[in-house]
Design a protein around this ligand. Structure first.
Ligand code: NAD
Length: 348
């Protein structure tokens, strides 16, 4: 089968997840990388088969050798790079969060629509079998009327982590802290499982780190399906805890964590107590990034690289579209607005 010629913009921490996934893919081949830091970018190009290297992403996009590109730069740059890629006719696999403001997201969506290119956003947890199973249970009504959908997103990030790159924990380029960077994975998964949120009331600030964005946040949610929920997000839990989702309905409870499905208790009707079914409690090999951002498995990125390549080759919709990925950013922005104003914020 034809292989999609792939480029990577930004050769930092997450770039090797993309390079390894592209190299291992049956449907893609790495042909070029780009970084404004010439030494770092050239070294990365050498480590990955001596592919072409550029310091200017526009040059890489416009030279015509690249059909798809992974965007692995600071989050506040994702929008302008996606727009430039789309205008050059290049498909995009964009790291999370897809962007950090509403207008940035609108610009991306308009550009890909106009150019007719595909946009997929990395949310690797959606590729896990455990996530899919839990979503299917909730969406199919197995738990009946949902009452609560809670996400506990408790990470540890050291002061050294925040010093490791200038853009980290800045409003301008990270767009937020514990929620917009780390917690966005769990916010996306909660929305993917439970459906849209209608309104939110929240508190957020930095409690334990000298950073301008929040390291700790609590939010009270009202879902469109009628349930309430909470999100607790922090990067100052010491140590980090496995991410956990508590999903309660009138007929049962499912608990999903980084370790897998820990509880699956479903009864026939709402008047009997649900018992845990150990056969439904499956573990996933948990390489968890709760305390160390580099300790993360690669299967999710592999699945999404393969998915975008196949979406291009077969001209079908990618697994995580911009339309669905923007919901997590919009909820986080509403949470920040509520924390700032003290008022409940309604989502559209
Ligand atoms: N999916 C995940 O689990 C996951 C994990 C880590 C990071 N990320 C996301 O990946 C993105 C990058 O994070 P990181 O930790 O790899 O950051 P990083 O700072 O390690 O790397 C970013 C790289 O982008 C380069 N860069 C900056 N401006 C550029 C420009 N104009 N043109 C070309 N290169 C430029 C920098 O020199 C740097 O090498 C962020 O959006 C982050 O949220 C996702």
């Amino acid at each position: 089968m034809e292989k999609i010629k792939w480029g990577i913009i930004g050769c930092g921490v997450i770039a090797s997840w993309h390079a390894d996934s592209v190299s291992a893919s049956e449907y893609a081949e790495l042909v070029a990388v780009c970084d404004v830091d010439e030494d770092k970018g050239r070294a990365f190009a050498e480590q990955n088969g001596g592919v072409a290297f550029a310091t200017d992403y526009r040059q890489m996009l416009e030279e015509g050798g690249v059909q798809a590109v992974s965007i692995c730069t600071p989050s506040g740059l994702h929008s302008e790079m996606t727009v430039a890629a789309a205008r050059a006719g290049v498909h995009v696999l964009c790291e999370k969060p897809m962007a950090i403001t509403g207008p940035q997201i609108d610009a991306m969506m308009e550009a890909v629509e106009e150019a007719g290119v595909k946009l997929e956003v990395i949310f690797q947890r959606r590729t896990y079998e455990t996530s899919k199973r839990v979503r299917e249970a909730v969406q199919s009504g197995l738990l009946g009327q949902m009452t609560l959908g809670d996400a506990y997103l408790k990470y540890y990030r050291s002061p050294a982590y925040y010093r490791s790159a200038d853009w980290r924990a800045t409003w301008e380029l990270d767009g937020g802290g514990a929620l917009m960077n780390q917690g966005v994975h769990g916010v996306d998964l909660l929305l993917w499982i439970m459906g849209d949120v209608e309104s939110v009331y929240a508190k957020a600030e930095s409690k334990a780190r000298d950073i301008e964005v929040e390291d700790t946040c609590v939010a009270l949610l009202t879902f469109a399906n009628g349930a309430y929920g909470v999100i607790e997000g922090t990067t100052s839990s010491n140590p980090g805890e496995p991410t956990a989702f508590y999903l309660h309905g009138e007929k049962g409870t499912i608990v999903l964590t980084d370790k897998g499905i820990c509880k699956w208790a479903v009864s026939e009707d709402k008047s009997t107590v649900a018992d845990n079914d150990p056969e439904q409690c499956v573990t996933r090999a948990a390489l968890s990034a709760v305390s160390d951002p580099r300790a993360m498995g690669r299967a999710g990125h592999q699945a999404q690289v393969d998915d975008l390549a196949l979406a291009i080759l077969k001209d079908r919709e990618p697994m995580v579209t911009g339309e669905s990925a923007r919901k997590a950013v919009e909820l986080i922005l509403a949470i920040y607005e509520s924390a700032r104003t003290g008022a409940e914020v309604k989502l559209r």
